[in-house]
Design a binder for this molecule. Sequence first.
Ligand SMILES: C[S@@+](CC[C@H](N)C(=O)[O-])C[C@H]1O[C@@H](n2cnc3c(N)ncnc32)[C@H](O)[C@@H]1O
Length: 316
Amino acid sequence: MQDNNYLYSFTYNDTESELCKLESRYIFDQEEKNRLLISPLKIAPSSSAFIKNRLDIIAFSDDYTTLIRAINQECITIEGFKVEYHVFYGDTTNYADRLDMLRDIGYNINGYPDYHHPTRTYALCFYEDIWYFGTVIKDKFDWYKHNQKPYSYSNSISINIAKSLVNIAAKANRDMEILDACCGVGTIMLEACFAGYTIEGNDINPKICQSARDNLSFFDYRANVFCSDIKTIQKTYDVAIIDLPYNLMSVATELDLFHIIKSTTEITDRMVIVSASDISSLIANVGFRVSDSCSVSKKGKTTFARKIWVCEKDEK
Ligand SMILES: C[S@@+](CC[C@H](N)C(=O)[O-])C[C@H]1O[C@@H](n2cnc3c(N)ncnc32)[C@H](O)[C@@H]1O
């Protein structure tokens, strides 16, 4: 435990459960369990749609009295602090006891609390037989501003999926250069720019490309958007995200999908693809293998599910 300094709590609805687990495998190299995860990695909650809070652990113990002593030894002095009790899976501590515990902690911090406008928020929680105390870093949901982007269209992917795609693609590594191969109006690019990733976009449709550029500049993000068929792109990337066109009914469109994927394999060794159908055999046909995948459906709409495929170049 000594290297696991951060306790993350997650929030998602049932339709997003697989996506959240897929994302946590790529960010943390482990899956969240019971909407919780402990890790040595420090990740900004706002970079994921699913991370609700990060607890920067100050003290922990399997014994509550020992925990309080440890907090006292920290000699924390701060004006305007707040302490919250976070109830996690398996914690049966009753409300009255929780209030008493918050009071205990308050007595061991030097300074006056401020519950309405705290300068810092601490939290106490109990998970898998251990008490944890630490500073809470909350997702402030600043990225919700992207819902106000000037241009949207019916093919746009949801913000939650867009954020996950970026994290899955780059494995939370800000040094990776990402291509959004069919960028549309730039939904994925906005989330990548917000989280500090390097991304470029491409789309075959000039009007849509201009909308993507306008969306990016509306939020003051700088990222190139190329207007071309993906087959003309020559620059190579560490990873490409492909949100494939959906209308899969005609033979021509299926060929088009093959052509988009095949062209992308020429410029990267790693792809994260979003599709509306099973494309596993198509991926095998272009010399890549599916290393991971998941389904995500729309809340309330059980008939339409998107599939997300993590694909690596097959070295065999
Ligand atoms: C599902 S939409 C992408 C939506 C985008 N993720 C968004 O949220 O705005 C697929 C996009 O692929 C583009 N496209 C289709 N064929 C293409 C090709 N050969 N090269 C590049 N882009 C292509 C379409 O113009 C369309 O904008």
